[in-house]
Design a protein around this ligand. Structure first.
Ligand SMILES: O=C(O)c1ccccc1N[C@@H]1O[C@H](COP(=O)(O)O)[C@@H](O)[C@H]1O
Length: 247
């Protein structure tokens, strides 16, 4: 009998200056604050999340870091945690992995220091994912402020190096509640046999159904941010929705 796979949902907690925030298009200065990151993370856990997507935005932007707070939140979780933002060298990687997170997401490093990324993929396997943050088909790094090469060339390189999975964000959609870029997800899934986590634009339960329909193509999960904070739906409703449409 064919295996039933339910889309994983990863509620997001993005941290800037000690606060849980949401940005629009990932642009610094567009923050809406939602209070304590620990309270937000615990609320998603209580609602039934199996994963937390936790981002240190200051580290991603190069405006400092929230390392101690991020470690505190990660350690307080009983669920799996995906950590990202500012993980670009041995020190930041080892500190991130030492929090006990399930995996980390590398963004800028995959664009600027490919040899180091190949090395850590070989060393840490499933604990390393790469965040492919794109405008069109151009990757963006350093807080999404700088171009970092072509999506598909980079994907081919990372596949060859054994990258376990990709977190694909359409920057044009992120924080906008305009719906995910399903064409981009289909196109990335067609270009790699690795699992893909979708990020950016989820606005409704219908969007989650549409992403869940891509599970057979290789989409493994979806990050949900603004829609949860804006109360477009509850996490309980989202989890029930993806369970109901499991292919
Ligand atoms: O998640 C965001 O809104 C975001 C906005 C601007 C920059 C990065 C953002 N998030 C995640 O941070 C990592 C990249 O960090 P780095 O380049 O490795 O330092 C990546 O997972 C982004 O999706």
């Amino acid at each position: 009998m064919a295996e039933t796979r339910t889309l994983e949902l990863l509620p997001a907690v993005d941290v800037r200056d000690g606060q849980a925030v949401r940005l629009v298009h990932g642009e610094s200065g567009t923050e809406t604050s939602y209070g304590s990151p620990l309270e937000a993370a615990l609320a998603w856990q209580r609602a039934g999340a199996k994963w937390l997507h936790l981002v240190d935005l200051d580290a991603a932007f190069g405006t400092g870091d929230n390392r101690a707070l991020i470690a505190e939140v990660t350690r307080a979780m009983d669920i799996k945690v995906e950590l990202s933002g500012g993980i670009r060298d041995d020190d930041t990687l080892l500190a991130a992995l030492a929090t006990g997170c399930t995996r980390v997401n590398l963004g800028t490093a995959a664009l600027e220091t490919p040899e180091w990324v190949a090395k850590v993929i070989a060393e840490h396997g499933e604990r390393i994912a790469v965040g492919l943050d794109v405008r069109g088909t151009t990757l963006r790094g350093r807080g999404w402020t700088r171009d970092g090469g072509d999506l598909y060339e980079t994907l081919e390189r990372l596949d060859t190096e054994g990258c376990a999975r990709y977190v694909v964000t359409d920057i044009a959609k992120d924080g906008t509640l305009q719906g995910p870029n399903l064409d981009l997800l289909r196109s990335v899934c067609a270009a790699t046999d690795r699992p893909v986590v979708a990020s950016g634009g989820v606005s409704s339960l219908a969007d989650l159904r549409a992403i869940a329909a891509l599970v057979p193509d290789g989409v493994e999960g979806a990050i949900v941010g603004k829609a949860l904070y804006a109360k477009a739906f509850t996490l309980e409703e989202a989890l029930e929705t993806v369970r109901a449409v499991a292919p």
